[in-house]
Design a protein around this ligand. Structure first.
Ligand SMILES: NC(=O)c1ccc[n+]([C@@H]2O[C@H](COP(=O)([O-])OP(=O)(O)OC[C@H]3O[C@@H](n4cnc5c(N)ncnc54)[C@H](OP(=O)(O)O)[C@@H]3O)[C@@H](O)[C@H]2O)c1
Length: 281
């Protein structure tokens, strides 16, 4: 946790620009609106241009900030080059890797291997490449925030969502490791472990199941409030209670212990990090 920045405004700490990968609808659009409400300019990335342009117009009109629409597929081979070209000139202080929903549930062997490959590209390869790109930029400027979207599906393996659950476990572990490594560099990393949330993607899959799910705005607001406090955030009291039951050992001592073991194994320095657990505030 970066105590040295405590008390600074959100804008000073995480501005001038937020880049949201998968930022045109659902939780990503909620991040874009919430970042803009807090005074950040917003660059949103998605495949379809019409929703991007509509959100961009809304944000500029509603919040008086600048916005950019970046048309890119996060699974494409040249994703880093495309996004770097569009954002290199911006003073990026916050990067959110949001996209990553499971397009279809079903048994692993009854789905094509391309469906699994797609999810690995979207939710493992994409976060690695872009966390490396933007993490490096944030570290060079000595401050900023990096959010990776995960899911309650990360808490255990799951039939019908085997690949999805595995990619989300990947995102949670990646966020926890980067939280530890980047905090001393002034960069706050947060893994957001969302439960069912009422977004366009999941409503299109099963309207009845998701109609009463959480509001994306609540997820984004809580995540941005928690940025800089600890490695994980779980939106919703009921979700937090479930996660506490499934994670009986506190995460920060676990991450610390694992890092100390790695440091000893590979003869590397260890720099312990302070933070609070997802259920504290
Ligand atoms: N909704 C839930 O119930 C729920 C629950 C737990 C966790 N989560 C997590 O929350 C995150 C967001 O979920 P969501 O429900 O809002 O839907 P999502 O489908 O993961 O994200 C939608 C946004 O991402 C963009 N996007 C999707 N695939 C893309 C690609 N290949 N390249 C570029 N942009 C892409 C979409 O625009 P385009 O389609 O135009 O590209 C849209 O802006 C995901 O990581 C998901 O795992 C969601």
């Amino acid at each position: 946790m970066n105590a040295k920045y405590a008390g600074e405004s959100f804008r000073k700490r995480f501005g001038d620009w937020a880049v949201i990968a998968g930022g045109s609808d659902g939780i990503g659009a909620a991040y874009a609106r919430e970042a803009a409400r807090r005074g950040l300019h917003v660059a949103a990335i998605a495949r379809r241009t019409a929703p991007l342009e509509a959100l961009s117009h809304e944000i500029e009109t509603e919040y008086g900030v600048q916005s950019r629409s970046i048309q890119a597929d996060l699974t494409s081979p040249d994703v880093v080059e495309t996004i770097a070209r569009a954002t290199d000139s911006l003073d990026v202080g916050l990067f959110v890797y949001n996209a990553g929903s499971n397009p279809a549930a079903g048994k692993f062997l009854d789905q094509s291997v391309d469906a699994a490959r797609f999810l690995v590209n979207l939710s493992c390869r994409g976060p690695i490449l872009l966390a490396h790109h933007f993490g490096g930029r944030l570290r060079a400027r000595g401050r900023g925030g990096l959010i990776l979207m995960s899911s309650m599906a990360c808490l255990a393996g799951s039939g019908y969502q085997a690949t999805y659950a595995a990619t989300k476990a990947f995102d949670t572990a990646l966020a926890e490791g980067l939280w530890y490594e980047l905090a001393p560099e002034g960069v706050d990393v947060l893994g957001v472990i969302a439960g069912a949330t009422r977004t366009e993607t999941v409503l299109a899959q099963n309207k009845e199941s998701f109609e009463s799910a959480m509001d994306p705005a609540e997820v984004a607001r809580g995540a941005l409030d928690h940025l800089g406090k600890g490695p994980n955030w779980i939106p919703g009291d009921a979700n937090r209670a479930v996660a506490q039951g499934m994670w009986p050992v506190a995460r920060i001592p676990l991450i610390t212990g694992m890092t100390q073991a790695s440091a000893e194994l590979f003869d590397l320095p260890d720099d312990p990090v302070d933070g609070i657990e997802f259920h504290e505030d």
